[in-house]
Design a binder for this molecule. Structure first.
Ligand code: ZN
Length: 90
């Protein structure tokens, strides 16, 4: 478990996920609406995260971890952040 985090924190590298947070989850993440609850010390939870089996049930740390290691979602979040920023500046 600790090994897993050391790996991804020290050398962030892409992980191939079988599922990704939905647009709604990403929107909630960007709006700061996700619960900040740490569930990743649970191996079962971590397995579900890797397999993309969380459905709509994501926590802040899980989305952060996913985005850090998933290029597709990182790009999506970057695009949305930019869009939100432009909207706010108008
Ligand atoms: Zn993703």
């Amino acid at each position: 478990m600790d090994e897993f985090f050391r790996e991804i924190m020290v050398r962030p590298r892409p992980i191939t996920y079988e599922g990704h947070p939905s647009d709604r989850v990403i929107a909630d993440y960007l709006a700061g609406r996700l619960k900040d609850e740490w569930r990743l010390s649970d191996m079962d939870m971590l397995g579900r995260l890797m397999k993309g089996e969380l459905g709509e049930d994501w926590r802040l740390s899980e989305v952060s971890l996913h985005i850090m290691t998933c290029k597709t979602c990182a790009e999506k979040v970057a695009r949305l952040r930019e869009k939100n920023l432009k909207r706010r500046m108008r």
